[in-house]
Design a binder for this molecule. Structure first.
Ligand code: KG4
Ligand code: ZN
Length: 405
């Protein structure tokens, strides 16, 4: 046993194989991420079977690289932390099986971490001083990624963190909408960075997208939401003011594209960029953007992003206000978005709510956030049972009936 508070984190819930060493939940000694983007890009989304295969290939070298980068050996570790869910079953199992074997061989405790809690800790690890956990006030956390759009109240009690679900998407996650719109226009996968890069050159008011008010649907009472994300509270138990729906805007973009005959032109130009063997990267200038697609498509993309960010903001700040929370933690892949960061920060300043994001590298999936989230549990001696297995729809915390405190 190391005794220095070094935790090895392992993450394999989706399409990144990641390992990291974090000291006492805050100081990142190493964070290695092997992305499978190239494998999945040609399919325009993650193919679960391919993801498992790639994790199997990458897990050993990625863990070795994380230890080497941290300048430590297995003997220096105090615990192993692994993502137990939510995510793809086969993908999760690769990380869990490997972490279990390593923990058993080294006689180290194994800590199971919820991927969503990991994303929240990607922000918290920036905040908390080394080895000290002091975060007295409740915060509102928005986890916004390719699989999730969830609002939680996060509060620390001694070492443990408590989460209460306040709202969530009833269908697609925000990142999924970014990916689907990008795919529709022929851009690369994942689509978020492409839309982020293009949107700044367009007119965000060109296409007036709107979000319908989500009603409490009595007929859905007791049924889980229609989404592949975490198994959580039935829709009927949550406050409709804090619920999201992104499948409508995706369809609205599709209609607009078809109505204005934009599809072929956008795809044609994109096809040139994505010629076999070409290394496509999002445009870095207005000229490059115009090479990729016509101005009206850029305007459409800009309007889409503006509407999605606006909806995320409206509901997040409303939920924070309902809790009296003075802190907002915005995390997950979509939290890397430039417009989102700028607008959330400006609105936070206006309302006197402190808004924090992870570093850009920690916004998307990584294992440092998993090792960081495990620290409190390590201190509390909360270790995983030998029977630990993957839970593709693992829920985080409790739910908040009617959105009340
Ligand atoms: O957190 P993450 O790496 O994986 C999940 O847990 O889903 O998030 C990936 C998602 C993808 O949908 C991707 O398109 C989106 O985050 N994303 C972005 C940006 N960077 C990544 N969305 C908008 N703007 C970005 N800059
Ligand atoms: Zn994630």
């Amino acid at each position: 046993m190391g005794g220095s508070g070094f935790i090895l984190g392992i993450e394999s819930s989706c399409d990144e194989t990641a390992a990291a060493v974090v000291e006492r939940g805050t100081r990142t000694l190493s964070s290695v991420v092997a992305s499978q983007i190239k494998t999945h890009a040609r399919y325009g989304g993650v193919v679960p079977e391919l993801a498992s295969r790639e994790h199997l290939r990458a897990i050993v070298p990625v863990v070795r690289a994380a230890l080497a980068e941290a300048g430590i050996t297995l003997a220096d570790l105090d615990a192993i932390a692994v993502t137990a869910g939510p995510g793809l079953a086969g993908a999760l199992l690769v990380g869990i099986t490997y972490a279990k074997a390593l923990a058993a061989a080294l006689e180290l405790p194994l800590i199971a971490v919820n991927h969503l809690e990991g994303h929240i800790h990607a922000v918290l690890m920036k905040e908390l001083p080394l080895g000290r956990s002091s975060f007295n006030e409740a915060a509102l956390a928005l986890v916004v990624s390719g699989g999730h759009t969830h609002l939680y109240r996060a509060r620390q009690e001694k070492e443990a963190w408590n989460y209460r679900l306040m709202g969530r998407t009833v269908d697609d996650a925000a990142g999924e909408a970014f990916d689907k719109v990008a795919k529709l226009l022929g851009f690369g996968y994942p689509g978020g960075p492409w839309i982020d890069a293009l949107a700044r050159y367009g007119n965000p008011k060109a296409v007036p997208f709107s979000f319908a008010q989500i009603k409490q649907k009595v007929h859905l009472g007791g049924k889980p939401p229609r989404t592949k994300a975490a198994r959580t509270a039935p829709i009927a138990n949550l406050d409709p003011r804090f619920m999201f729906s992104f499948s409508g805007i995706k369809t609205a973009v599709l209609r607009y594209v078809e109505l204005h005959g934009l599809r072929d032109e956008a795809r044609l130009r994109a096809a040139r960029l994505f010629a076999p063997g070409a290394e496509a990267r999002p445009p870095q200038s207005k000229e490059e953007a115009l090479e990729l697609c016509p101005q009206n498509v850029i305007d459409l993309v800009s309007s889409f992003q503006c509407a999605v960010v606006g909806d995320l903001m409206k509901k997040s700040f409303a939920a924070a206000e309902s809790l009296g929370a003075r802190r907002l933690l915005v995390t997950g892949g979509v939290a890397a978005n430039r417009e989102l960061r700028a607008r959330f920060s400006a609105e936070g300043a206006r309302r006197g709510v402190r808004v924090d994001f992870p570093t850009l590298a920690m916004s998307t999936d990584n294992a440092a956030m998993i090792a960081a989230a495990a620290w409190g549990r390590f201190q509390a001696g909360e270790f995983a049972a030998e029977s630990l297995s993957a839970d593709p729809s693992l829920a985080l915390g409790t739910s908040c009936p009617g959105g009340r405190r």
